[in-house]
Design a protein around this ligand. Structure first.
Ligand SMILES: NC(=O)c1ccc[n+]([C@@H]2O[C@H](COP(=O)([O-])OP(=O)(O)OC[C@H]3O[C@@H](n4cnc5c(N)ncnc54)[C@H](O)[C@@H]3O)[C@@H](O)[C@H]2O)c1
Length: 335
C-alpha cells in the first residue's frame, strides 16, 4: 500500500480525499494543525473507512515533525491541501496568508527533495483566472492579477512549483485548479465545517435554512447573467476527491521533472439564485434571503472547460448539483 502524506487532511477537501484514497488502495497519513478543523473528523473517518487513520497534529511547516513522519513511514507522495483560504481575511491579514500558504509549500518541497519523495498534488484554485474574457476557461486561459492576497498565494505557489520542477529536483507535480467545491460525504459523517462566519455560499445557505443565520445576502442581481446573480461552477467534493486519486495514478506513469495543471469543475455554470432555488426544491426547506449590493472584486461568471481532465485523467464528475445540495443539507442536519 502506497503511503500518501495529506497535509490539511482533517479539513474539508482533505478528509473526503482520504476516504477516496483508502478506497483506491492508498494509505493516507494525515498531518493537520487543526487551525481550521476538528479532531473529531478522525473519528468520523474511522466510522466511514472502518479503521483509524494515522494522524499527526502539527504544522506542516515544521521540518522536524516532517522528518519524524518520514522516519516512521515510507512516503510515496504528498497531497498538499494545508493553507488558509478565507479571501476576505487575507485582505486584512496578508502576511498570515503569505507566511502559511507559501511557507508550508517551500518546506514541503525541500522535504520531498531531501527524502526523494516524487509525487505531489497541489490544491490550486480557479481564482488564478480572475474574471476571464472568454468562457469556459481552459488551462491555457491566461492567469490574471489576483484579486486578493489569498488568490496571489495560489498563483505564486504554481510559479514556485514550475520553477522547482524545472530545476530538475526530480519531482512530478500536478496542480489541480478547483472550481467551487460543495456537498459532503453521502453518509453525512463528514462535510464542510467552517469556523466562524462561512466564506462560501453553500454553508451560508445551509446555516440560514437551519436557522443559525437569520438571512442570506445575495450580492447583486443585475449582472449580465441569466438571472442577474453571479455564476460559478459547483463541484461535488467527492468528485473532487476522486480527481486527486486519478492525478496520483497519472503522476506515477510520468517521467521525472513533470508538471501539469488541470481544471476540476463540472463544466457547467449555475447562478447563485439557481443554487438557492435548487436547494429549496431538493430539500423542501426555505432559505430566507435578500438581494444586497454588489461586492467589490467579485468575479461575475466563471466555469470550467473540463476537456483536459476528462481525456487525460479519464475523470468525469458523477454527482449533480441536486446531489451536492442534498448532501450539504444532510450534513448540516447532523451538526
Ligand atoms: N474550499 C474551497 O472553496 C477551495 C477552492 C479552491 C482551492 N481550495 C484549496 O484547497 C485546499 C483545502 O481547502 P479546504 O476547503 O479543505 O480548507 P480547510 O480549511 O477545510 O482545510 C485545510 C486544512 O489545513 C489545515 N492547515 C492549515 N494550515 C496548516 C499548516 N500550516 N499545517 C497543517 N495544517 C494546516 C487546517 O487546519 C485545515 O484542516 C486549500 O489549499 C484551499 O486553498 C479550496
Amino acid at each position: 500500500m502506497k503511503k500518501i502524506l495529506i497535509t490539511g487532511g482533517a479539513g474539508y477537501i482533505g478528509s473526503h480525499t482520504a476516504v477516496e484514497l483508502v478506497k483506491s488502495g492508498f494509505e493516507p497519513i494525515i498531518i493537520d494543525d487543526l487551525s481550521n478543523s476538528d479532531v473529531k473528523v478522525l473519528d468520523r473517518l474511522e466510522e466511514i473507512i472502518g479503521k483509524r487513520l494515522t494522524f499527526y497534529k502539527g504544522d506542516c511547516s515544521d521540518r522536524n515533525l516532517l522528518e519524524q513522519i518520514a522516519e516512521e513511514h515510507e512516503l510515496a507522495g504528498v497531497i498538499h491541501f494545508a493553507a488558509f483560504k478565507a479571501v476576505g481575511e487575507s485582505t486584512m491579514q496578508p502576511l498570515k496568508y503569505y507566511q502559511n500558504n507559501l511557507g508550508s509549500l517551500l518546506t514541503i518541497l525541500d522535504f520531498m527533495k531531501a527524502k526523494q519523495i516524487k509525487d505531489l498534488v497541489f490544491s490550486s484554485s480557479c481564482t488564478v483566472y480572475g474574471q476571464p474574457d472568454v468562457l469556459p476557461v481552459t488551462e491555457a486561459t491566461p492567469r490574471q492579477d489576483a484579486e486578493s492576497p489569498y488568490g496571489n498565494t495560489k498563483k505564486i505557489c504554481e510559479d514556485i512549483l514550475m520553477d522547482f520542477v524545472k530545476s530538475q529536483a526530480g519531482i512530478r507535480v500536478i496542480s489541480l485548479r478547483y472550481f467551487n467545491p460543495v456537498g459532503a460525504h453521502p453518509s453525512a459523517k463528514i462535510g464542510e465545517l467552517p469556523k466562524g462566519t462561512p466564506a462560501n455560499l453553500v454553508p451560508f445557505v445551509t446555516q440560514t435554512a437551519a436557522g443559525i443565520r437569520e438571512k442570506l445576502t445575495v450580492f447583486g442581481d443585475d449582472y449580465d447573467t441569466a438571472d442577474g446573480s453571479c455564476v460559478r461552477d459547483f463541484i461535488h467534493v467527492m468528485d473532487l476527491a476522486d480527481a486527486h486519486v486519478k492525478a496520483l495514478a497519472y503522476l506515477g506513469e510520468q517521467q521525472d521533472y513533470f508538471y501539469d495543471v488541470f481544471n476540476v469543475g463540472t463544466g457547467n455554470g449555475n447562478t447563485v439564485l439557481e443554487v438557492i432555488r435548487t436547494f429549496e426544491n431538493v430539500n423542501g426547506v426555505k432559505v430566507n434571503f435578500e438581494i444586497g449590493p454588489k461586492r467589490a472584486g467579485d468575479i461575475v461568471k466563471i466555469w470550467a472547460d473540463t476537456a483536459k481532465i476528462n481525456s487525460i485523467l479519464n475523470w468525469h464528475p458523477s454527482y449533480s448539483l441536486e446531489d451536492s445540495l442534498r448532501d450539504s443539507w444532510n450534513w448540516q442536519k447532523t451538526l
